[in-house]
Design a protein. Structure first.
Length: 108
C-alpha cells in the first residue's frame, strides 16, 4: 500500500469512528466528506482493510441504497448483519429497512 493510500485509509477510519451507534453511512458519503467524491470504491477497500482494527465500525458503512454489500468481507456469514441488528438496525434481505431514517451524513 502506498503512503498516499495509507493516509487516505486513516482519514476514512477517522470518519467511520464518528458514526453514531445504531446509525449507518455510505461509502460515497465518506468519500464526498473527504473531498474525493469519486472514491467510494477506495472507501470500500479501506473498510475491508480495517478488520484488524476493532476501533473502526466498518459494519456501519453500506452502499448508497442501504445494501450490506461488504458483508462477505466479515468473518461468519451474517456477522455484519448481526452487528447492525445488535445496534437496533432493521434489515431484510441484506438491506437496511429504515435506511433514510438512520443514515448519518458526515457533512452534517
Amino acid at each position: 500500500m502506498s503512503k498516499k493510500e495509507e493516509n487516505f485509509f486513516e482519514k476514512v477510519y477517522n470518519v467511520a469512528r464518528k458514526i453514531p451507534y445504531g446509525r449507518v453511512t455510505s461509502y460515497g458519503a465518506i468519500a464526498k466528506h473527504l473531498g474525493a467524491a469519486k472514491s467510494a470504491r477506495m472507501v470500500g477497500w479501506a473498510m475491508n482493510a480495517s478488520h484488524n482494527d476493532d476501533t473502526v465500525p466498518a459494519h456501519r458503512v453500506v452502499n448508497k441504497q442501504g445494501l450490506l454489500t461488504g458483508k462477505h468481507h466479515f468473518d461468519g456469514i451474517n456477522l455484519m448483519e448481526q452487528l447492525l441488528e445488535n445496534e437496533g438496525v432493521l434489515i431484510k434481505d441484506a438491506k437496511i429497512i429504515n435506511f433514510d431514517t438512520i443514515f448519518w451524513n458526515p457533512n452534517d
